[in-house]
Design a protein around this ligand. Structure first.
Ligand SMILES: Cc1cc2nc3c(=O)[nH]c(=O)nc-3n(C[C@H](O)[C@H](O)[C@H](O)COP(=O)(O)OP(=O)(O)OC[C@H]3O[C@@H](n4cnc5c(N)ncnc54)[C@H](O)[C@@H]3O)c2cc1C
Ligand SMILES: NC(=O)C1=CN([C@@H]2O[C@H](COP(=O)(O)OP(=O)(O)OC[C@H]3O[C@@H](n4cnc5c(N)ncnc54)[C@H](OP(=O)(O)O)[C@@H]3O)[C@@H](O)[C@H]2O)C=CC1
Ligand code: HEM
Ligand SMILES: [Cu+2]
Ligand SMILES: [Fe+3]
Length: 503
């Protein structure tokens, strides 16, 4: 039997290396009625302890990938019917006899019940698939896998498959998560299990030694980790702008003129809130790039780390950008629905009646017509450009672009979208910022609040385009450094510096 047991399995099957990562319910194992037929006798046997949801899915996947499976259960009679016919379900003692690799598909609190099997398990590879709950994760210092290794010191423990749900395991990796983080203190054992991960249609991600198991076990506990801060930022902006628009558009007419404009709350106030949030978020996507460039220009090098807050901000731009796109798309939908509303129709009729009573026939203000035509068109162009950025955010699309194409779409087109949105907002706002009647409780029109950050970004980016600045910036990005840019003293300089300082 060659060194890498599972690799040996890889040699035997007819799969070429390219096929290794394809999910496989191998043809010869599926009967005409689609049930999984008997596994070939020479298929390497894999053991599974536990007969729950995970064990069942794992057995299905392993059998479908050409392995022989023996399941160890405390109650085999009851559980056998739930497993594929190709899998053998028996008592735990029997199940751990022949297989080299044994998956422990149980909860941590039940690991100690396996100690009676220590002698049979000696020298085998135990795969820990368990996930602690949030509370358990905090409560235990060592990971579940390290705990299993402490119970069975004569075994090689490998952490794997815990991030894959029983359902994905059963149905096979689709677009979602194909990656299986894997770690172990025994490289051989890790390699064997990695080959199995491949054979099952997943992609192993080597996470190093077993000490990383704690980090691997924390992965399923996280919920959209990179989105927390951007989501809170968006929520904060939505609350702020909604409150601001409520005060200006509903409360002010109610208190000052006794007019009831509460009907504006569901659509109109939302449609002055969403665009402002979208626009501010979009400017916050490109502001950190400007700050980073300014820092590099000032320092005269790119070889110094950005401050943590800027680093963090740069890491979250994708999420902030996608949230901006989402708000802008909702804003466009709301805008298209404005004319559908009953209130809009009443306003139109009332306006017509007023026209007639005032004996005015022709209501056409050329400037207003052009203003609206232009700002709606600019809005559509801005959203269209943002959609390109959103599409290239999809990993499958991003992977098909080289970094220059990606950066062109994200950096250049993204900036064009910011300029278009600014023009859209300015033509929408037009002269409103200068009309006293637009200031309610002395509060300026909402769009004026949104213009500050984008204008700073646009001006700064304009400045960076100046030949003297852009030449210097591209030199810095190609690794040029201003002399003395890096402030570190070599040991000998240090003594030299000390000597000279006494002179
Ligand atoms: C809808 C939408 C979707 C988005 N999706 C993504 C996404 O999928 N992934 C993503 O990363 N962002 C995404 N973003 C955010 C944004 O588009 C990108 O981060 C974009 O690259 C930012 O461009 P930039 O010009 O501001 O900064 P960058 O081009 O990243 O440059 C920032 C700074 O880094 C430094 N720098 C840049 N290049 C170099 C270099 N070669 N050498 C040294 N220093 C350099 C410079 O100081 C520069 O100013 C998305 C935004 C939106 C609106
Ligand atoms: N379900 C999922 O999607 C995922 C589960 N996991 C992990 O897989 C492991 C199993 O999860 P899951 O299959 O959902 O859990 P289940 O509760 O469905 O199954 C656990 C199995 O453990 C066995 N077991 C052995 N000894 C004991 C004991 N003393 N008391 C109770 N049960 C015992 C039982 O099998 P029997 O009675 O036959 O001995 C039982 O079926 C867990 O560590 C979980 O974190 C990881 C990723 C995803
Ligand atoms: C299909 C695309 C778009 C259409 C049809 C559209 C249409 C409109 C309309 C009709 C208004 C006036 C809102 C009202 O008075 O109720 C408006 C305002 C505004 N839009 Fe858009 N827009 C689009 C895209 C965008 C995008 C992509 C952004 C920025 C990311 C944006 C930002 C704004 C801003 C900031 C305002 C001013 C809101 C205020 O202060 O009242 N719009 N847009
Ligand atoms: Cu071999
Ligand atoms: Fe624990």
């Amino acid at each position: 039997m060659c060194r890498h047991w599972a690799q040996c399995w890889g040699c035997k099957t007819t799969k070429t290396s390219g096929e290794m990562d394809k999910p496989l319910i191998s043809r010869r194992l599926v009967d005409s009625d689609g049930s999984l037929a008997e596994a070939p006798s020479e298929a390497p046997k894999v053991g599974i302890l536990g007969s729950g949801d995970f064990a069942r899915s794992l057995a299905t996947r392993l059998v479908g990938s050409g392995f022989g499976v023996v399941v160890g259960s405390r109650n085999p009679k009851r559980m056998a019917g739930l497993f594929p016919s190709a899998a053998q379900v028996t008592f735990q003692e029997e199940a751990v006899g022949s297989p080299e690799v044994i998956f422990v598909a149980m909860f941590r609190e039940h690991y100690s019940s396996l100690c009676s099997l220590s002698s049979q398990l000696a020298g085998k590879i135990l795969v820990d698939v368990s996930n602690p709950t949030e509370q358990e994760h905090l409560q235990h210092r060592e990971s579940n896998a390290e705990y299993l290794a402490s119970l069975f010191p004569t075994c090689s423990v490998v952490k794997a498959f815990n991030v894959i749900s029983a359902w994905t395991l059963q149905s096979g990796p689709r677009d979602g998560n194909r990656q299986v983080p894997i770690c172990s203190d025994q490289p051989e054992a890790k390699r064997t299990v990695s080959e199995m991960v491949h054979a099952m249609g997943f992609t192993p991600v080597d996470m190093g030694s077993l000490v990383s198991a704690r980090e691997v076990e924390a992965m399923p506990l996280r919920l959209l980790p990179g989105w927390k801060v951007p989501a809170l930022l968006t929520l904060g902006l939505l609350v702020f702008f909604y409150a601001y628009n409520f005060v200006r558009d509903v409360l002010h007419p109610y208190l000052q003129e006794g007019k009831n404009k509460f009907y504006k709350l569901p659509v109109s106030v939302v449609n002055t809130t969403l665009p402002c949030v979208a626009y501010v978020l979009l400017s916050l996507v490109y502001l950190p790039g400007v700050l980073a460039a300014a820092l590099q220009l000032r320092r005269g090098t790119k070889y110094r780390r950005f401050p943590d807050w800027l680093d963090h901000w740069l890491q979250h731009r994708k999420q902030i950008g996608l949230l901006s796109f989402f708000c802008a798309a909702l804003h466009a939908l709301y805008s298209f629905c404005l004319p559908l509303r009953r209130s809009h129709r009443y306003d139109l009729v009332n306006l017509a009646v007023k026209q007639v009573l005032a004996n005015k026939s022709h209501l056409w203000v050329e400037e207003e017509v052009w203003r609206m035509e232009i700002y709606v068109s600019l809005g559509v162009l801005a959203l269209g450009t943002l959609s390109l950025l959103a599409v290239t955010s999809l990993p499958s699309i991003a992977n098909s672009l080289n970094w220059r194409e990606f950066s062109f779409v994200q950096s250049t087109l993204g900036f064009v979208a910011l300029v278009l949105s600014t023009l859209h907002t300015l033509t929408y706002g037009w002269t409103r910022a200068f009309e006293e009647s637009r200031y309610k409780f002395y509060l300026p029109p909402t769009f004026t609040l949104t213009l500050l950050v984008p204008c700073v970004v646009i001006l700064a980016r304009g400045l960076f385009l100046l030949p003297c600045v852009s030449r210097r910036l591209s030199k810095i990005r190609r690794g040029w450094e201003k002399d003395g840019a890096i402030k570190f003293t070599l040991p000998m300089d240090h003594t030299l510096a000390q000597k000279t300082s006494h002179v």
